[in-house]
Design a protein around this ligand. Structure first.
Ligand code: ADP
Ligand code: MG
Length: 255
């Protein structure tokens, strides 16, 4: 079976958003039957290249579901999502997987590394699965960018949580995605390790990629350029250059 190249985005201006979501809704239908539950009720947002946006809100407000819908890990029930000008909701599963591999990075709270592989092997794995030739220098460079060149041959179980998350970031950035999604990236880390991870995410933004980070840590969220407060599956408030105190008040008001 031959695959044509990914559909080219319809001509987009140079300032095309890294991410554009329009009226995204998500309904879960229980396998066991029962009433469908709408968790996202129509969310619109835009993230521009070189911008870091945090998503905050009470537990259960739909932050992770939103992130998965935007990142192409879940199909929205309604609405449109464009990544670098490509409408992901119009893609087949196969094309969507291709786009994820080439243009989207993910970082999860739980790192999701393969414990039996070295740090270098973990970083190279997605590229290998995509049948792309990987030069060893490239991998060392990616690990050096997160300060872990000397741990290239170490395996995750021998590393601290902070080190594992940095390997996960190196892996996510290996394909040079236009946007990096992170779901509670510091959620399992102590404060010092969390700051290192946040510094790395800020560096991703400074290098010109977009970053969308879900977090309940308001100190972390305040380090983004903009914060979106979610309440019950809707955008409750948007704050530019927020302080942790402003976010605390906004999340409290969203309960
Ligand atoms: P948050 O990340 O803000 O804590 P989530 O997006 O994880 O919230 O969840 C929002 C709501 O959606 C919760 O009520 C949760 O139980 C529900 N939910 C999430 N995933 C599923 C699923 N796969 N099936 C059914 N309900 C789900
Ligand atoms: Mg969550």
């Amino acid at each position: 079976m031959t695959d044509a190249p990914l559909p080219r985005p319809t001509p987009v201006p140079a300032f095309a958003p890294a991410l554009e979501a329009i009226d995204v809704a998500k309904t879960f239908r229980p396998d066991s039957g029962g009433e469908p539950v709408e968790v996202l009720h129509g969310i619109s947002l835009t993230v521009t290249p070189g911008e870091m946006v945090s998503v905050v809100g009470p537990s259960g407000s739909g932050k992770s579901t939103l992130l998965y819908c935007l990142a192409g890990l879940e199909r929205p029930s309604r609405g449109g999502v464009r990544i670098g000008g490509v409408d992901t909701t119009a893609l087949s599963a196969r094309r969507l997987a291709q786009l994820r591999r080439s243009s989207i990075g993910f970082v999860f709270q739980s790192y999701n590394l393969i414990p039996s592989l070295t740090a270098a092997q973990n970083v190279a794995l997605p590229a290998r699965l995509a049948r792309r030739a990987v030069a060893p220098d490239e991998v060392v460079e990616a690990l050096a960018a997160v300060g872990l060149a000397e741990l290239a041959d170490a395996k995750p179980p021998s590393m601290s949580g902070g080190q594992q998350q940095r390997v996960a970031i190196a892996r996510a950035l290996f394909a040079r995605p236009g946007i990096l999604f992170a779901d509670e990236p510091t959620g399992a880390l102590d404060a010092a390790a969390g700051r290192v991870v946040l510094d790395l995410l800020r560096g991703v933004r400074d290098a010109g990629s977009a970053v969308l980070m879900v977090t309940h840590d308001l100190e972390s969220a305040a380090r983004a350029d903009r914060a979106i407060v979610i309440r019950d599956g809707r955008v409750h408030q948007e704050l530019a250059a927020p302080t942790a105190e402003q976010l605390f008040d906004a999340v409290l008001a969203a309960r």
